[in-house]
Design a binder for this molecule. Structure first.
Ligand code: FPP
Length: 288
C-alpha cells in the first residue's frame, strides 16, 4: 500500500485540473489519518488517500509511459540485503505498474530493465540480472499473455546476452505477438545512443544519400518505428537523470521523478505521475 512516508508524490485527489477538468473521487475509499509529504496530518476535510484509476481517468491519459526502474540497490542496502534482493523485489513493482497501466487503458509501456552501460556493474550482479530477467519472463509471460499484453524487447542482441535469455525473449515475443491491449517493451541491453548509432548504420547500409537524411529517415530505422514517443517518463528513486533511455523519443516527453525506490513503486505512484502529467502544459516549441 502506498503511503506518503514511503516517499511518494502526494497529490490532493480532490483538487481540480488547471484546465477546469475535475477528477472526482468515485469510490469514497478514503484513508483516514494519511499524512502530507512534510509528515503533518492533512488539514483538508477530505483526507488525502492513494489515488485510484478513476481519479485520473477524467483527464488526458498518456498513450505511452516509459519507466526507469531505479533504486533497487538502495532499497536492498537499507535493509542490509544484497543488491540482488532489491532487483528481486522490483518484480512485484513491475507487475503492479503494468496492472495500473492496464486499468488506465495505457496502450504502450516501456520499462528500462538493463542498459548498454549496466555491463559495468559487478560480474555477479550482471549474472544475476541475466538470470533474473530470464526467470521473470518464464514466471510472468503466461499471465501477461492472458491480460492481452504484447511483450517486445528493445536493445542490442549482442554476444554478451546469454543464448538462453535470448531464447526466452523470443518465446515471450512469439507467445504474445497477437495481443494489442498493451505493448510492454522491455528495454534490455538498451542504450539511446546505441539505438541512434544503429539507425545511422542502417541509413549507411541502405545507401541513403546525405540530402535524403531527415527525421523521418532516422525514425524509420529506430528499433520500433511504430512505437509512439513517450508522453510521460517516470524515473524512481529521486535521481533526476535520463541515463541513456530513449534519447530520440524523449524530445518532448514530460518527466516525473517520484521520490520512491523502485521496489516500493505501486500503481498508486503511477496514478500520481499521470495526475502530475495532466497538470503540465505541452507546447512542443510553440505557444499556448
Ligand atoms: C538507469 O540507471 C536505470 C536502469 C537502466 C534500470 C536498471 C534496472 C535494473 C537493473 C533492474 C530491473 C528490474 C526489474 C524488476 C526488471 P543506471 O544505474 O543504469 O544509470 P546511472 O548510473 O546514471 O544511475
Amino acid at each position: 500500500m502506498f503511503t506518503p512516508a514511503q516517499g511518494g508524490v502526494v497529490v490532493d485527489a480532490y483538487s481540480p485540473h488547471p484546465a477546469g477538468r475535475t477528477a472526482p473521487p468515485t469510490t469514497g475509499d478514503s484513508v483516514p489519518g494519511v499524512q502530507s509529504a512534510d509528515g503533518n496530518p492533512t488539514a483538508s476535510s477530505a483526507p488525502a488517500r492513494p489515488l485510484v484509476a478513476a481519479d485520473v481517468r477524467g483527464g488526458p491519459i498518456p498513450k505511452h509511459i516509459g519507466c526507469v526502474m531505479d533504486g533497487n540497490g538502495r532499497w536492498a542496502n537499507r535493509r542490509g540485503l544484497p543488491r540482488t534482493e532489491g532487483h528481486g523485489a522490483g518484480e512485484a513493482a513491475l507487475l503492479d505498474a503494468v496492472e495500473g497501466a492496464l486499468e488506465l487503458g495505457i496502450p504502450w509501456l516501456t520499462m528500462y530493465a538493463f542498459s548498454t552501460e549496466n555491463w559495468r556493474r559487478p560480474a555477479d550482479e550482471v549474472r544475476y540480472l541475466m538470470g533474473f530477467n530470464e526467470g521473470l519472463l518464464a514466471r510472468r509471460r503466461d499471465e501477461l499473455n492472458e491480460k492481452g499484453v504484447r511483450i517486445r524487447f528493445a536493445g542490442r542482441r549482442d554476444w554478451r546476452v546469454p543464448k538462453r535469455v535470448l531464447r526466452r525473449m523470443d518465446e515471450s515475443v512469439a507467445l504474445t505477438e497477437k495481443n494489442r491491449r498493451m505493448t510492454l517493451t522491455m528495454a534490455f541491453n538498451y542504450g539511446g545512443r546505441a539505438e541512434i548509432v544503429d539507425a545511422v548504420r542502417a541509413l549507411v547500409a541502405d545507401g541513403v544519400p546525405a540530402n535524403k537524411v531527415d527525421e523521418k529517415a532516422i525514425r524509420s530505422r529506430l528499433y520500433y518505428p511504430d512505437m509512439p514517443d513517450p508522453d510521460l517518463v517516470i524515473r524512481t528513486s529521486g535521481e533526476t537523470r535520463i541515463s541513456n533511455f530513449l534519447l530520440w523519443q524523449l524530445a518532448y516527453s514530460e518527466l516525473v521523478f517520484p521520490d520512491v525506490l523502485w521496489p516500493d513503486f505501486r500503481r498508486e505512484h503511477l496514478f500520481d505521475a499521470v495526475r502530475e502529467y495532466q497538470q503540465r502544459q505541452r507546447r512542443y516549441g510553440g505557444v499556448t
